[in-house]
Design a protein around this ligand. Sequence first.
Ligand SMILES: NC(=O)c1ccc[n+]([C@@H]2O[C@H](COP(=O)([O-])OP(=O)(O)OC[C@H]3O[C@@H](n4cnc5c(N)ncnc54)[C@H](OP(=O)(O)O)[C@@H]3O)[C@@H](O)[C@H]2O)c1
Ligand SMILES: N[C@@H](CCO)C(=O)O
Length: 358
Amino acid sequence: MKKINLVLFGTGNVGSKLVHQVLQARKILQEKEGLEINIPVIANSTIAFFQKENQQPSWETDLEKFGFPYKLNDILEYVRQQNYENLIAVDATASEEFVDHYFSLIESGFHIVAANKVANTRSSQFYLELRKKLREHHKFFFYETNVGAGLPIVETLRSFHRSNERVTKVRGVFSGSLSYIFNTYCAEEKAFSEVLSEAGVKGFTEPDPRVDLSGKDVARKLLILGRELGLEKEFEEITIQDLVPPHLNGQSTLKNFHEKKKDLDPIFLKLKKELKQDEVIRHVGELDLQTGILDVKLVTEKRTSALGSLQNADSSFEIFTESYGEQPLVIKGAGAGAAVTARGVLTDLIKLAEKLPS
Ligand SMILES: NC(=O)c1ccc[n+]([C@@H]2O[C@H](COP(=O)([O-])OP(=O)(O)OC[C@H]3O[C@@H](n4cnc5c(N)ncnc54)[C@H](OP(=O)(O)O)[C@@H]3O)[C@@H](O)[C@H]2O)c1
Ligand SMILES: N[C@@H](CCO)C(=O)O
């Protein structure tokens, strides 16, 4: 039986769902894949819980009851003492700072699976250094859920690139939360702030929803795909329409944003009133490989068009390539949500495990 040992960082929407899915799938993975997945350490931003045997269904209570404040070195020392094989760090945080730990983790023998997009959207220099470090230590880095949650977007583009298929453009609704927000807002008589709150409760938005509204999350996804296709770009080169008014932006606190988010209502009501009867608002990203332009913006679409008729938190990626010609390959489905994302992380873990020794 092949064993992998996970250290899970982040126990929010995605991280907690992942533990449940691993526990549920454990027996079948052992039987059908010959794979045992253990999670000896679970950590959030402040506390960690170390479990010597297999994780139990009571892990949430255990984390709360027996978890204690930790430093990364405590975890590195612990896994070294336990001599765990096939170690994988799962980054289910949205943390900018956590990514600084990737180098120590790799040096300490970890592979990495990340839902967090930050490592792939820092400077090109960081991006290349990380890959150099991975190569030097013979470690893998999987991050399919960085774009389109559980949808196979990164893998599809990487396969095109490897087979020398020229991708000319990727366009679509890249954000599950903004899809939900504009699909709902344009279809129902609710205040924008109310729909925004709903998207948060459903686990579609980033921990700070301004990361979605500012266009930053979609811009990150464009950059990740662009880099996958060999485009050398920096985040600052992306054209982004920021939907957060200056008085609620990153200079003010998240608490202040939540207290004042009703200030968004008149702004979006004005946009809605300007629509013709057969029109809706959609939030789109466009990655043009021919011009090198990466663009994030709001557009008006016909209600009946492919993007105009999207439902729920669906994302839609239109991938234009040389062989597909005028008719793009379209990948569409839930673009956010804990269950689909955790399943995407679990799929990454299984694919990574295939590359590891028994
Ligand atoms: N939700 C989705 O649909 C979706 C889809 C695709 C990708 N993603 C990505 O998945 C990641 C997690 O999203 P989420 O919705 O699960 O967020 P979330 O519910 O806010 O959970 C984030 C978790 O990360 C923990 N955390 C923050 N900083 C940390 C640190 N330095 N070390 C260890 N843990 C830390 C938080 O701990 P505390 O509770 O202690 O703060 C929390 O448990 C994000 O990067 C997001 O972009 C999400
Ligand atoms: N906040 C992100 C989660 C998926 O990356 C979105 O809405 O698309």
